[in-house]
Design a binder for this molecule. Structure first.
Ligand SMILES: [Fe+2]
Ligand SMILES: [Fe+2]
Length: 311
């Protein structure tokens, strides 16, 4: 059987630390051996690469790569910003897998470790959230969005008092909240500009598609709710079930806020991003009543922490 590979981002490898796995690059559709396990990614090699480039590592060496990232995150000599970058970049490839790989089970499994890493990092480094978010390219890709909604939800969830297993499930639910978009045509997902009625009807099906996917894999009720209920509105005019306030799962209320917040603050081709404060202000006034009012207030304190950290 031919070898299979998973993608990693170039900038998750530190030039000062030898790799503990083999690295391949793709040339003309073929995987070419680029770096042997134990070798350094030298500055001259990096200079030839684009920051957004990806490397490939054999699936059989997944554990070695994870260990490498884990060791880096626990290196006392590295600053928070570098660690945050590595954590984010190493996670983006998983977020991509959620949407691109056929194996949802593998992604669900991997997400436990990924969200735990985020929780641990955020516990140890109070300023980490600002760094984790500010690293986002602010381009609208579903997987960037999913990861950011995951990070914001952990931040808001912590302020709301969630911890341990509950916080983990909230983070995972937020990470998978849009998984149903796998079943919506990519032309609709990537369309620049408003959707027509037919396209909009398709798009509105993604919570249900997501629920179906997650149900197949037997995940927690909380995770399913984050996915199925994140477009519900406190006023009862959301979709797909038109639930109102108290009927909406508390974790889905968090995702509803972080999802909209991320959409408003992210640059898309047809709109300019709002500042964090403006976005929350907009949600409290123009979208008044749509969200859990206490949680929306709590979102302000999350932003306050972020501002303080990045000041
Ligand atoms: Fe959604
Ligand atoms: Fe979303």
């Amino acid at each position: 059987m031919s070898q299979t590979y998973f993608k990693i981002r170039v900038n998750t490898i530190l030039p000062t630390r030898p790799t503990s796995f083999d690295v391949f690059i793709m040339i003309n559709g073929k995987h070419v051996h680029y770096l042997r396990s134990g070798e350094l990614l030298s500055a001259t090699k990096i200079a030839h690469l684009d920051k957004a480039d990806v490397f490939y590592v054999p699936d059989t060496q997944r554990q070695e790569y994870k260990k490498y990232v884990f060791t880096t995150l626990n290196d006392g000599a590295l600053d928070v910003k570098t660690k945050a970058q590595i954590l984010r970049e190493s996670s983006l490839t998983l977020a991509e897998e959620i949407f691109e790989q056929p194996d949802v089970e593998q992604a669900l499994h991997e997400s436990k470790e990924l969200i735990s890493n985020f929780i641990e990092f955020m516990d140890e480094e109070p300023s980490s959230m600002a760094h984790l978010i500010s690293l986002s390219a602010h381009d609208f890709y579903t997987y960037n969005h999913s990861l950011d909604v995951g990070i914001y939800s952990l931040g808001l969830g912590k302020v709301a008092g969630y911890q341990n297993e509950d916080l983990l499930e909230l983070g995972r639910g937020a990470l998978f909240h849009d998984i149903g978009k796998r079943n919506v045509h990519v032309d609709i997902i990537c369309k620049n500009g408003p959707l027509d009625d037919v396209e909009w009807a398709q798009m509105q099906k993604h919570p249900l598609y997501g629920l179906k996917i997650l149900t197949e894999y037997g995940v927690s009720e909380a995770m399913k709710a984050c996915c199925f209920e994140h477009h519900e509105s406190f006023l009862g005019n959301g979709y797909p079930q038109q639930l109102s306030g108290p009927e909406i799962h508390p974790m889905a209320r968090i995702v509803a806020i972080t999802d909209t917040y991320d959409a408003l603050t992210t640059k898309r081709s047809y709109n300019q991003p709002m500042s964090p404060r403006d976005a929350v202000e907009f949600m409290s006034t123009k979208l008044k009543g749509k969200y859990d009012a206490d949680l929306l207030k709590a979102m302000n304190s999350v932003l306050f922490k972020m501002e303080k950290a990045s000041a």
